[in-house]
Write a protein that binds this ligand. Sequence first.
Ligand SMILES: [Cu+2]
Length: 284
Amino acid sequence: MGMVRKLVALMTAGAVLIMTAGSAAAAQGQAVPWQLNFQDAFSPVAHDQHMFHHMLLWIISGISLFVLALLVFVILRFNKRTNPVPSKTSHNTLIEIIWTVVPIMILIVIMIPSLKLLFYVDKIEKPDMTIKAIGYQWYWGYDYVDADDLSFEAVLVEQGDLKPGQPRLLTTDNALVLPIDTNIRVLVTSEDVIHSWAMPSLGVKMDAVPGRLNETWLRIEKEGMYYGQCSELCGMRHGFMPIMIKAVSKEEYKKWLVKAKKEFASNSSKTPLKFAQVVSPSVE
Ligand SMILES: [Cu+2]
């Protein structure tokens, strides 16, 4: 009995450790060393994804423990020593109905929030603004569709050029500046191969497919920096096309728009960077 109690205590401690690790390692918008659990959520979709994940974790843990208990019971109760003469039973209608119906019910319980979340992520009815992320080998381009077609590219800052505080392999020369508390429709596409625009803390992972316009949305809850990466193997520098979002207040965003329109005015002709410009810096 003492051993069982010790085991339970150990498992509880483990579970508590795992559940608190995520929040203990709170760094906004990026992963931290030794992190367990997700990055903290900063958009409604990310919150719901976390809730759904936690719900699934309870269900699958319960199922695993139940199956483990059954196995242990069978091993102890029906081994050759304790049960020398095996029963010849081969059917039991009641139990067969139970083990068919119960899993169906569990799947339905999972399906309802799952589909709800899928439709929630799919689109926002009344977006306040739209941005378009375009994948290139190997950097991202951004169009501010309803801001006079403001557009620019965001290219990785190489390790040697990082300023203090800028995370390695996540920093780009131009940040995607977005306002907080705003429903932002995100359109994602690609100009060459399949990329994926992924922002873990905002709950977005959307494939960028050439010739297709995928849609999702986000609503950033807090000012600050958020980082993501291309999440579809897209070639040699797949690991070197990060996404860097700077979330600012609505007023600050308006000011930035005025400035950015001037700064990136020459971009309107839409000349993507030359291959050589992107490839040449050395890869560590
Ligand atoms: Cu890519």
